[in-house]
Ligand binder design. Structure first.
Ligand SMILES: Nc1ncnc2c1ncn2[C@@H]1O[C@H](COP(=O)(O)OP(=O)(O)OP(=O)(O)O)[C@@H](O)[C@H]1O
Ligand SMILES: [Mg+2]
Length: 460
């Protein structure tokens, strides 16, 4: 049954009136819009405007906006300390003792394991990967927590990342989203903290995790709380868009772990609410996204405040030039593990059809593909257009022809974008026409099985 026959689309209801009539919808669904935004670019605006929901926020569409531009001046009052390594208290960062079973594996075993998990490593003296939780060498208070989660085995990034991180080396871990990177650095961080002298009054954190968004910071905090509880490790989350009072009180109380978005942390540092003198384990999570969002100047200012012989760990789902540059500037003799390909590969589950057609034939071809795709009841169809105007033109054309299409692009108000997305997500309007600002991360929220993408590259 096609949509047109089904008659469940009100052809008369114009796009705008549809939006206005149902304008309340987007509010009820704030939570899920945020989730969408979490991958698509929802971010914490440390300028004090974060947390307003929707992806992109601020200017320029999804994931758009430049977090850093507004914050260029932030941190201007922070002086880079002159570090005299000889006078700094010594600290321990190598906690790794290789398990006997791991030592007994031959180089061929190791190579086979790495190949099987599409793992490549870079650097000198890289520890062998572990294959089970027991082999990681975590103390019982951490191991018990892992086992209570019921995870069957460590993920690939954990197998290689844990020995690297536990050995105190600067490191980079690249692995796809959802591959378990958070625990890859959280658990070694907990071991690190437990080997350091207790915090004294006025001390800042020992482990600092920088993350791009408030949502992510909160997720990381949840993992730290779960796994740090058994050794009474306290944590604080510091992010923009909410009042500072509670965060200031948490910092004053003392926390071994601080998870922060860059702008708010700089605010806190400038106001003297915390300091990074005790930080010896620094994590940059989602480094690629932090740079995409323009946080580089803030990150550099923050790192200047941390003693240079710290251990630095960088985690990212991709490995673009900018991230490599940052790694080069701030990591020392680092070792790296990459799980999977560095290139964004086309998924094997997707059939790709490329048709080159003349301007004249475009509409017909679009309608033909559309009719075929919409025969499946749950189809969601996303049409990409190169410009905002084309996006609106195609939408109008489809709607005039009776198709339930809505447009989304950077010129639309945030509320309208939230509403359109929600209509698409729930299937009430299964065709969405978008500019490519909507491209990143969209698959996560719309099951690919029924997602059809049509790309219009040229003017319509
Ligand atoms: N060994 C494991 N086995 C099964 N699940 C795991 C394991 N380790 C972590 N997880 C779970 O997998 C989920 C995703 O992990 P995590 O958020 O760390 O991924 P990520 O690699 O950081 O992804 P992203 O790039 O999206 O941040 C979490 O819910 C986590 O609890
Ligand atoms: Mg992560």
């Amino acid at each position: 049954m096609s949509y047109r026959q089904g008659g469940n689309f009100d052809r008369q209801g114009g796009y705008n009136s549809g939006f206005q009539q149902r304008g309340g919808d987007h509010r009820g669904d704030r939570g899920s819009d945020r989730n969408f935004g979490d991958r698509g670019g929802f971010r914490d605006n440390q300028g004090g405007r974060g947390g307003r929901g929707g992806f992109g926020g601020g200017r320029g569409g999804f994931g758009g906006g430049r977090g850093g531009d507004r914050m260029g001046e932030l941190g201007g009052h922070l002086q880079k300390p002159n570090w005299d390594l000889d006078s700094l208290p010594r600290f321990e960062k190598n906690f790794y003792a290789e398990h006997l079973d791991v030592s007994n594996r031959s180089q061929k075993d190791i190579d086979d394991f790495r190949n099987k998990h599409e793992m490549s490593v870079y650097g000198t003296d890289i520890p062998k990967p572990i294959e089970t939780f027991d082999e990681a060498g975590f103390p019982p208070y951490v191991l018990d927590q892992i086992k209570s989660q019921g995870f069957p085995t460590p993920t690939a990034i954990q197998c290689q990342g844990w020995p690297m991180a536990l050995s105190g080396r600067d490191m980079i871990g690249i692995a796809a989203t959802g591959s378990g990177k958070t625990l890859s650095y959280c658990l070694p961080g907990i071991v690190h903290i437990n080997a350091q002298p207790a915090l004294e009054r006025g001390d800042g954190p020992i482990v600092l995790v920088l993350a791009p968004t408030r949502e992510l910071a909160v997720q990381i905090q949840a993992e730290c709380s779960k796994f740090g509880a058994s050794s009474r490790i306290r944590n604080t989350c510091v992010y923009g868009g909410v009042p500072k009072g509670q965060q200031i009180r948490d910092l004053a109380r003392g926390s071994e772990i601080c998870i922060a978005t860059p702008g708010r942390l700089i605010d806190m540092l400038e106001a003297g609410k915390t300091n990074l003198r005790r930080v010896t384990y620094l994590v940059l999570d989602e480094a690629d996204r932090m740079l995409d969002m323009g946080f580089e100047p803030q990150i550099r200012k923050i790192i200047d405040q941390i003693r240079p012989d710290r251990q630095t760990l960088m985690w990212s789902a991709t490995w673009p030039k900018e991230v490599q540059r940052l790694a080069h500037d701030f990591l020392n003799d680092y070792i790296q593990v990459t799980v999977g390909s560095l290139e964004l590969a086309a998924s094997h589950n997707i059939t790709q059809v490329v048709e080159v057609v003349s301007e004249y034939d475009k509409r017909d071809r679009l309608l033909k593909h559309l009719a075929t795709a919409m025969e499946h009841q749950d189809t969601k169809l996303l049409v990409f257009a190169s410009t905002k105007r084309t996006c609106d033109d195609i939408t109008k054309y489809l709607r005039d022809d009776g198709w339930p299409a809505l447009a989304i692009h950077g010129d639309k108000q945030q509320q309208e974008r939230d509403w359109v997305l929600n209509e698409f997500r729930t299937g009430r309007s299964p065709i969405m026409v978008a500019t490519d600002v909507a491209a990143r991360g969209i698959g996560k929220y719309f099951p690919p099985k029924f997602l059809v993408l049509l790309t219009f590259k040229f003017e319509f």
